[in-house]
Design a protein around this ligand. Structure first.
Ligand code: FAD
Length: 345
């Protein structure tokens, strides 16, 4: 049996919001352990769109999903967070009182961590891509059929069939078209739920003969040993087309599965965790929720909102971790004390 770890805060989820919370907590001398089901930090940014540019992170006119995560990892380094990757937080028990909260967190890997506060930064919970209803698709997954693009180079010189009509389908059509041998975009109908400029760029590429657009649905895959050779596409008029391809990228959206969080005794609203907007604390004192997982009037599911929420939650967490210490507001630009913690003074 693994020994119980003691720390100040357990952060459930190492997405961008959980990572920035490490920094905000660290400035207040609060130590953290982070647990994430994924094998690496970054949540949706590294898992779903590592190479896509983000344009609305304050101070970064353009940063890729992975670039942002790399910077957040660098920024929280001085505080030596401990990561438990590939583990899901399964149980959360209260072991303290409302005034002096204490919690025991247990992972599916058998690790137990006791702490003074819990910060849930679990995004959409254990998010999973929706699979297309194509017989036998499982046999091709991970070899020829992918639900996210981890490395664009893996698609260089390939014949790619992209299925879907949303932003992901359109963005990857435009990103992969210059490097793939041929890109075919397939959607059920000739109307897209994507940014108009992406749709226009795609239509220009189709008009110039640089890629193909098909309307219909994949009904069968052809190939062997996980290696895709073609997809059979059925059209509304009953006819079929055989699309020669060796990669398929279905973008049918994500299923948001809350997972074990539903059993932690918290108030929930439509699978989200309601919080106040002063401290981002849940219905249980000492348990906080920040980022995509929380809800409150006016909530925007943006990374920048999660950063703000983490900064405010840290202020209240300080009172649980150091009940007898007064907290003085300080700027990183002018406080030698904060700069020492960051290792720059
Ligand atoms: P997440 O990034 O979802 O991370 C949560 C982590 O928690 C995950 O790694 C998950 O594995 C883990 N987890 C969940 N439950 C458990 C558990 N029980 N135990 C252990 N681990 C658990 N936002 C913007 O601001 N600007 C954009 O331009 C933008 N573009 C986007 C483009 C796409 C294609 C997508 C999908 C999203 C985009 N977003 C954008 C949204 C942004 O990615 C999210 O708002 C952000 O990732 C939320 O961060 P988070 O840390 O709250 O959650």
């Amino acid at each position: 049996m693994t020994e119980t770890i003691n720390t100040d805060v357990v952060i459930v989820g190492a997405g961008p919001v959980g990572l920035f919370a490490v920094f905000e907590l660290g400035l207040l001398d609060i130590r953290c352990h982070l647990v994430d089901i994924l094998s690496k930090p970054g949540g949706q940014c590294s898992e779903l769109y590592p190479e896509k540019p983000i344009y609305d992170i304050p101070g970064f006119p353009l940063v890729t999903g992975q670039g942002l995560v790399d910077n957040l990892m660098e920024q929280c380094k001085p505080f030596h967070p401990v990561f438990h990757h590939g583990e899901m937080v399964e149980r959360l028990e209260t072991i303290g009182t409302a005034e002096h909260p204490g919690f025991r967190v247990t992972t599916d890997g058998g690790q137990t961590i006791e702490c003074k506060a819990v910060l849930i930064a679990a995004g959409g919970g254990s998010f999973q891509p929706k699979k297309p209803p194509i017989p036998g698709v499982d046999a091709y997954e991970g070899h020829s059929v992918f639900y996210a693009v981890r490395k664009m180079e893996a698609f260089a010189g390939t014949r790619v069939l992209i299925v879907g009509g949303g932003d992901s389908a359109l963005d990857w059509t435009l990103n992969l078209q210059p490097i793939a041998e041929r890109v075919t975009l397939l959607h059920r109908r000739d109307a897209f739920r994507a940014a108009p400029h992406s749709v226009n760029s795609m239509r220009e590429l189709v008009a110039s003969g640089s890629m193909d657009l098909l309307l219909g649905q994949v009904t069968a895959l052809e190939g062997a040993d996980g290696h895709l050779e073609a997809a059979v596409v059925k059209h509304d008029d009953g006819t079929s087309t055989r699309v020669v391809c060796n990669r398929m990228l279905p973008f049918f959206g994500l299923t948001m599965k809350l997972g074990p969080i539903a059993g932690w005794g918290l108030n929930l609203h439509e699978n989200l965790v309601p919080v106040d907007t002063e401290k981002f604390e849940t219905s249980t004192p000492g348990i906080f929720a920040i980022g995509d997982i929380n809800t409150y009037p006016g909530k925007l599911k943006l990374i920048l909102s999660g950063f703000h929420e983490g900064a405010l939650a840290a202020q209240k967490i300080h009172r649980y971790v150091y009940p007898d210490k007064r907290l003085t507001f300080q700027y990183t630009t002018s406080s030698t004390n904060l700069q020492k913690k960051l290792g720059v003074a």
